[in-house]
Ligand binder design. Structure first.
Ligand code: NAD
Length: 259
């Protein structure tokens, strides 16, 4: 098969659940050496153990400058370089209409869903990519950050800002041979989405199946994406196959958003 990540060192944040471990496994299969980061070390150690000696686990809260510095240190100590930064960690925040919104909910969400991508990107640029004049950064936005989403002003605003951060990074680092792109998933059938649907179902006195049907109905392709569907786009953007693709945000959402 393909070996697009042979010789590459990859950091994935939020690597313990959902999309993170799926991308880790797929990248390892194509030759990547990995640093898997998450807040709960036990969980990310399991993800790393499932891959074997090509993956190391680190505990990192991506909103902490010290933790992010230590995460990149771990990559430099173990592998000596960083080629690819996958800014995957995110929180959904607490559902609130704008008239109920709180500063804490808004800023806590912003810190993980936008600022952390700046921090992780800054560290890998300064520690490895700028000097080596190569690198690829992939951010993870959301359809909510494209068209807005009811009761998710905190998440939507942060994910929208992340797309503009992507473009700005791409403009600044291009001349150093570094690319930055963004994947924009719609609904993926991960815990994040399942928990959300359970909550909405409970509130509306409906079944999870009914809520799922209402999400799928407006989609041209009438389906959720799988983590693998989203991972394939993220891996393409991360890889040299996308050599001349930078500053782009690409929707992987069964046609929900057409840009
Ligand atoms: P997930 O919740 O399973 O994974 C995100 C991970 O980030 C979790 O393991 C979480 O613990 C971790 N995380 C949160 N805060 C952190 C912090 N401060 N430091 C370190 N790690 C932290 O979600 P997922 O479905 O795998 O989502 C992956 C990406 O795709 C996210 O960026 C998400 O916003 C985006 N996305 C998902 C969906 C969906 O339907 N699931 C839709 C649109 C976008």
């Amino acid at each position: 098969g393909n070996r697009r990540f042979e010789g590459k060192v990859v950091i994935i944040t939020g690597a313990s659940t959902g999309l993170g471990p799926v991308m880790a496994k797929m990248m390892a299969q194509e030759g990547a050496r990995l640093v898997l980061a998450a807040r709960r070390l036990e969980l990310v150690e399991q993800a790393a153990a499932a891959i074997g000696p090509d993956a190391v686990a680190v505990r990192a809260d991506v909103t902490s400058e010290e933790d992010v510095a230590a995460m990149v240190d771990a990559a430099m100590t173990r592998w000596g370089q960083v080629d690819i930064m996958m800014n995957n960690a995110a929180v959904p925040g607490t559902d609130k209409f704008i008239w109920e919104q709180t500063v804490d909910n808004f800023l806590d969400t912003y810190k993980v869903d936008c600022m952390a991508a700046m921090l992780c990107t800054r560290e890998v640029l300064n520690r490895s990519m700028m000097e080596r004049r190569t690198g690829s950064i992939v951010n993870f936005s959301s359809s909510a950050g494209w068209d807005g989403m009811v009761r998710k002003s905190h998440y939507s605003a942060a994910k929208g800002a992340l797309r503009i951060l992507t473009k700005t990074i791409a403009r600044e680092v291009g001349e150093y041979g570094i690319r930055c792109n963004c994947v924009v998933p719609g609904a993926i059938g991960t815990d994040l989405m399942i928990n959300y649907m359970k909550r909405v179902a409970e509130e509306q006195g409906k079944s999870v199946e009914e809520i799922e049907a209402s999400i799928v109905a407006p989609l041209p392709l009438k389906t959720f994406s799988t983590p693998e569907d989203v991972a394939r786009m993220a891996l393409f953007l991360a890889s040299d196959e996308a050599r001349t693709v930078t500053g782009q945000s690409i929707n992987v959402d069964a046609g929900l958003v057409m840009s």
